[in-house]
Design a protein around this ligand. Structure first.
Ligand SMILES: Nc1ncnc2c1ncn2[C@@H]1O[C@H](COP(=O)(O)OP(=O)(O)OP(=O)(O)O)[C@@H](O)[C@H]1O
Ligand SMILES: [Mg+2]
Length: 460
């Protein structure tokens, strides 16, 4: 098939007119597909994976009416423009064509200059639309492409992003290492009105105090030894956009004070400068530390903690969202296998789902990448799973360790265990109480009662 981008599909029953029209369009550089009756037109159309951008349809045809085909094309929502050829005497046909959604009409006998103009307009419109579509898909991958997950825990995260992103509030993203905090920060930026403005990432954990301060706030020439010229701080560079302050738990005390002042006043002074700068920046903070514990240890300012904690998105660890594991596995297989058609053996998937993933999604991603690199066949097997951090520890082992290292009594451990078990069974069965009760071998009322106690947080 020729390049569809410059193809015109003509439906015209009169042999001579059809040949003249085709000759004309070909001289103009278009390829032409011709059908002389509705039956042929339909069968060619239905065979096509992609339709040409422009159609020119006659109205009176031996086996029906061109309007029927216009309606059909509209109903199927093909990505194309339709030009109707109406009889000169029939103003009604022209009006009808426009009403039914035709791009334009030409009356017979054809005025080829007018036809040229209309066809080239139709093509321009099509090209513009497709370029925008492509650009959009490159710039704004949807949620489902960027951040994988549909477990209940992740749905809550999406909900919060939708609520917080459009506002101007600063947001704190918490969660263990590898849960996707950086990805979420990027998503917040993309879902905000600031998406066209800068998005700047600063890793507070990897810079010394002085360097971090001058990175964030900037400095003037001569402010300190080595300040050989003025430097614009990242806060200023991110003006209008989003600044992602990663590893906020690592930020030194002195800078915490300066940051707090900025958060309160929305203005700051570059180092060595008297000038106050005012900027409009949304800050997304992230940490894998428990900031409250840092506050208790006096390593994080309490007032700063309360300032940044108001909008908090917590990413649950992967072991608490088993349902997302197959989706993530499929996503990473696609990412790393390229064109190779690969499958995951069910037993291997089972193991991946039962593992406790201390390194969360990052660890899962590495495991899949590693398996794909090393395998020579098209089914990834259980034997090919690399030795995971804690050996093949299951989530059960993890729970046991957690319970044993806590100072809970045996009674508390057992009731907490019961709660985790119920949660897991409910999650696996889409919260269907009857089904869960059957699996747990308790009656439905007992389970309902336990669940309502669980929801109220008074589970014992
Ligand atoms: N839900 C997800 N869907 C797709 N990829 C994900 C998801 N979560 C995490 N990843 C990938 O896992 C890796 C780790 O994610 P990210 O760097 O955002 O984690 P983090 O929470 O910032 O970890 P750390 O605390 O160690 O900095 C990245 O490569 C990221 O793309
Ligand atoms: Mg990170």
């Amino acid at each position: 098939m020729k390049d569809l981008k410059s193809t015109v599909f003509v439906l015209e029953d009169d042999f001579d007119s059809a040949q003249v029209l085709r000759g004309h369009l070909e001289i103009e550089g278009y390829s032409v597909i011709l059908a002389t009756c509705i039956k042929d037109f339909r069968s060619v159309l239905l065979e096509m994976d992609e339709v040409p951008p422009v159609f020119i349809l006659d109205v009176m045809l031996p086996d029906g009416n061109g309007f029927e085909m216009l309606e059909f094309i509209q109903k199927e929502a093909y990505d194309c423009s339709v030009i109707m050829m109406t009889a000169a005497s029939s103003l009604g046909d022209a009006t009808k064509a426009m009403k039914l959604g035709a791009f334009d009409y030409v009356s017979k006998p054809l005025d080829f200059d007018r036809l040229n103009l209309i066809v080239s307009h139709a093509l321009e419109k099509w090209q513009l639309k497709n370029e925008t579509k492509e650009l959009k898909s490159r710039l704004e991958p949807s949620f489902s492409n960027l951040y994988i997950g549909e477990s209940e825990a992740i749905q809550k995260v999406y909900y919060l992003i939708d609520r917080f992103a459009p506002s101007n509030s600063n947001i704190l993203v918490t969660g263990e290492s590898g849960t996707g905090k950086e990805l979420i920060a990027k998503l917040i930026h993309r879902k905000s009105d600031r998406k066209q403005k800068p998005y700047i990432v600063v890793d507070c954990g990897s810079l010394t105090e002085n360097f971090l301060e001058s990175e964030l706030f900037g400095h003037v020439k001569g402010a300190f030894t080595g300040a050989i010229q003025n430097k614009i701080g990242l806060l200023k560079e991110a003006d209008g956009g989003t600044l992602f302050l990663d590893e906020i738990g690592e930020i030194p005390m002195g800078l915490q004070t300066k940051l707090l002042r900025f958060l309160q006043e929305k203005e700051f002074r570059p180092i060595g400068s008297n000038q106050l700068l005012r900027v409009d920046v949304r800050i997304v903070f992230a940490t894998n530390r428990d900031l409250l514990k840092e506050v208790e240890k006096s390593e994080f300012r309490e007032d700063l903690y309360y300032r940044i904690h108001t909008c908090n998105i917590h990413l649950p660890p992967l072991r608490e969202r088993e349902r997302d594991i197959p989706l993530l596995v499929a996503h990473f297989m696609k990412k790393f296998a390229g064109d190779r058609a690969l499958e995951m053996e069910p037993r291997a998937m089972q193991t991946l789902m039962e593992y406790d993933w201390p390194g969360n999604v990052r660890e899962l991603q590495h495991v899949i990448e590693h398996m794909i690199l090393l395998t020579s066949h098209n089914c990834l097997t259980h034997e090919e799973i690399p030795r995971l951090k804690g050996g093949l520890r299951s989530k059960l082992d993890y729970l046991f360790d957690e319970f044993l290292s806590s100072d809970q009594s045996l009674k508390e451990i057992i009731s907490n265990f019961e709660m985790s078990l119920i949660e897991r069974v409910m999650d696996r069965n889409n919260n269907n109480i009857t089904k869960a009760a059957e699996i747990l071998k308790v009656n439905r009322t007992t389970l309902s009662k336990k669940l309502s106690r669980l929801q109220s947080g008074k589970f014992e």
